[in-house]
Design a protein around this ligand. Structure first.
Ligand code: PMP
Length: 282
């Protein structure tokens, strides 16, 4: 397996990271996960542009353009013969003696990327998953795809320990997002999802399905919804790069709607599949 370390391709067993890398010590950096279907990256531009935006929001300049990154990642795919899976990449604020203030801008960011061969979660996409409600105790820069994921991990672990796939986080009465996904509901045929504010990550999958709604006359609103709206929803689904569009059929032991994947979720999955085939082929 080949990985990228600071722009170089190296055998994974030979890859080395300094113990004073700020990503390692502080979680001081940003990351992206890109889906690969048929050996081709899906929505690569959107992910790599978001990486630049995340970097800007924390004062970390990504030293490669979107085009340069695409060239490197395409080579990573070929070197690993990746057909179906994901690419993980991160940029940290580099290596410097541990100290909270940012190091000089002459310190190069630490860049690593690696791949994973992983199939699509077809069974969960068809049958749906369970979710658990969890107060959102994260910070107020959830729009940054930051390496600091402790709040998300605590939420995910709580869900997993209870036999659930995902935690649905809420700030008081308002539903925000999952631990590693965006959350949407369907009521009377209309899709609702939290607006792209500082309280959620503006998911690329979210942007794709909102665009699909727009192009296919499916009513939608980027409007925050409440726990009551959630419990009265006809359908609930989560969206993410790895989970795609996945029905949530039970929340805290209570079935959602009829307790099975609903028609709007299925329609969005079908349109999403077409989008994958358009970008990456069949
Ligand atoms: N919110 C959070 C907190 C996430 O970690 C993710 C997955 N990376 C998402 C939303 C979904 O984003 P995307 O569709 O870009 O994967």
């Amino acid at each position: 397996e080949y990985v990228i370390v600071n722009g170089e391709f190296v055998e994974r067993s030979q890859a080395k990271v300094d113990i004073e890398d700020r990503g390692f010590q502080f979680g001081d950096g940003v990351y992206e996960v890109i889906r690969v279907y048929n050996g081709k990256m899906f929505t690569a531009d959107e992910h790599l542009e978001r990486l630049h935006v995340s970097g800007e929001k924390i004062g970390l300049k990504i030293p490669y353009s979107v085009e340069e990154l695409k060239v490197q990642l395409a080579e990573l795919i070929i070197k690993n013969d990746l057909k179906l899976g994901t690419i993980y990449m991160q940029f940290t604020r580099g290596v410097s003696p541990r100290n909270h203030p940012f190091p000089a801008e002459t310190i190069a960011p630490g860049f690593t990327a690696n791949i994973k061969h992983v199939g699509r979660p077809s069974e969960n996409m068809d049958n749906g998953v369970k979710a658990l409600l969890k107060e959102d105790v994260r910070w107020l820069l959830c729009d940054v795809k930051s390496l600091n994921l402790l709040g998300n991990l605590l939420a995910k672990q709580k869900a997993v320990a209870a036999g659930c796939f995902e935690a649905i986080q809420h700030r008081g009465e308002t539903v925000t997002e999952g631990s590693a996904s965006n959350i949407s509901i369907v009521k009377d045929g209309k899709v609702f999802t939290h607006p792209a504010t500082n309280l959620i990550l503006n998911g690329i999958t979210r942007r794709v399905f909102l665009d699909l709604c727009e192009r296919n006359q499916i009513p939608f609103a980027e409007e925050a919804f409440t726990l009551t709206d959630l419990s009265e929803a006809d359908e609930v689904f989560l969206s993410s790069t790895t989970a795609e569009i996945m029905p949530i059929i039970q929340i805290n032991d209570k079935p959602v709607g009829a307790g099975a994947s609903g028609p709007v979720t299925k329609k969005l999955q079908e349109l999403f599949q077409q989008e994958i085939e358009e970008q990456c082929g069949k």
